[in-house]
Design a protein around this ligand. Structure first.
Ligand code: AMP
Ligand code: GLY
Length: 407
């Protein structure tokens, strides 16, 4: 198969890394890709949100499957345009991607599908959570335990335009469950946990994600079939009945509360940096599963997680991230980190005059793999210590309390 991966982040590098191991792969391409992906395939300087240019590229390269990584092109309908040109796509239509693109729509689908979620509230009274409708790159959710928090958050959420969802503040532990979907059926990946806050101890501003690990005690693997049956499958049926079947990765952000599992949000794509901690654990061929979903039938596809492997990813971010990331800073030590046995996924990098430099907020994701999360953690942090660029920010406390027991 000739495969085109759309996007340029750490998630796309991790997908490319996994797909490049498939016996079914002939050629691997990315648009626009990044220097990490360039070591696995050919990168083409075409924007992820330019459907005409992507369609022309896919035709020129006789691409058999396009995998769309980020939410923006999915919500904008890039997948629909490629499909209309007869190209197989892993990634939902704009109509199905609305489950991430609109919080109001997601709530409506959950209610119709009978999926347990936070209760919607009529008025913004603490404790509550305020969510701006529409894509906000992780900046549209305000958790408000006190009246003062509500006072501060209301003008900010209103300033984002697009309408507001007010909901019950849920208390519990968070984890995510991803499933590869063919429109009707869901093939689960391993539960995974990510870290949204910039600094250790869950302090500082929200980010796109500062790290991840899998497996997680928050959602033991025994719980997965029940969550698929009560969350993913009802949503797939509901979206199909609305005429917009979901073909792609359905990401359920979950809160495990004292009274059970509730859905916080859906995303319409692989998580970043969760994917970087999931792909090294895969026991099976990711490309075959993505292609089967894109062609509408994942029946019989097996893609488990290797129970002997755990993985942990540390994100290295630029000085000033998330608000004003510094770029063009030289990066050293990536080869040494790789020589130590870590996987280094490029997220925001570029090569200028032969030198690897930073080119975004999240710069690299360093993944360690081991027989337990604690061991994966040791591998990841030893490699992180090999990498250096001025102003680098990363969290030191990921899975700090993970037990040294087998995955
Ligand atoms: P979302 O983009 O909807 O996942 O929200 C981002 C983050 O806000 C989540 O990962 C949670 O940490 C938090 N959050 C969202 N909704 C709620 C809720 N109803 N109760 C408590 N925390 C929430
Ligand atoms: N790491 C969170 C996300 O991908 O949405």
């Amino acid at each position: 198969m000739n495969v085109l991966i759309v996007g340029s982040g750490g998630r796309e590098h991790a997908l490319a890394w996994s797909v490049s191991q498939s016996p079914s792969l002939a050629t691997l391409h990315a648009a626009p890709g990044n220097p990490g992906i360039a070591s696995l395939g050919t990168c083409h300087p075409i924007s992820a949100t330019d459907p005409e240019a992507l369609t022309a590229l896919a035709r020129d390269l006789s691409v058999d499957l396009v995998v769309i990584g980020p939410e923006a092109p999915l919500v904008a309908g890039v997948g629909d345009q490629l499909r209309a040109a007869g190209i197989a796509v892993f990634g939902p239509s704009a109509a199905a991607a609305k489950i991430e693109g609109s919080k109001v729509y997601a709530k409506d689908v959950m209610e119709a599908a009978g999926v347990a979620t936070a209760e919607a509230l009529e008025t913004a009274e603490a404790p509550c959570v305020l969510k701006a409708d529409g894509l906000a790159a992780g900046k549209g959710v305000f958790v408000c335990p006190t009246p003062r928090d509500v006072e501060e958050a209301l003008p900010r959420v209103e300033a984002l335009g697009n309408g507001i969802v007010i909901e019950e503040l849920l208390v519990g532990q968070e984890a995510s469950l991803f499933a590869i979907c063919d429109g009707m059926q869901a093939l689960p990946l391993a539960p995974v946990q990510d870290y949204k806050r910039l600094r250790g101890g869950d302090e500082g501003p929200n980010t796109g994600g500062m790290g991840s690990f899998s497996p997680t005690p928050v959602v033991p693997s025994e719980l997965v079939p029940e969550i698929i049956a009560t969350v993913h499958e009802p949503v797939l049926r509901e979206l199909a009945s609305r005429g917009s079947p979901f073909v792609g990765l359905l990401y359920a952000g979950l809160m495990v509360t004292e009274t059970g599992v509730r859905v916080l949000e859906f995303n319409c794509r692989f998580g970043d940096p969760e994917t970087q901690a999931l792909v090294p654990r895969l026991d099976g061929d990711l490309l075959t599963a993505l292609a089967a979903a894109a062609s509408g039938d994942i029946q019989g596809i097996e893609l488990g997680a290797d129970p002997r492997k755990a993985a942990l990813t540390v994100v290295l971010a630029s000085r000033g991230y998330p608000d004003t990331p510094e770029t063009s800073v030289p990066i050293g030590g990536v080869e040494q980190a790789e020589a130590d046995g870590a996987l280094v996924f490029h997220a925001g990098t570029a090569v200028r005059e032969g030198q690897l430099v930073s080119a975004g907020g999240r710069v690299l994701g360093v993944t360690g793999v081991g027989t337990s999360v604690a061991r994966a953690r040791q591998v990841a942090y030893a490699a992180v210590n090999r990498i250096d660029f001025p102003g680098v920010q990363f969290r030191c406390d990921l899975a700090l309390t993970a037990p040294d027991t087998a995955a």
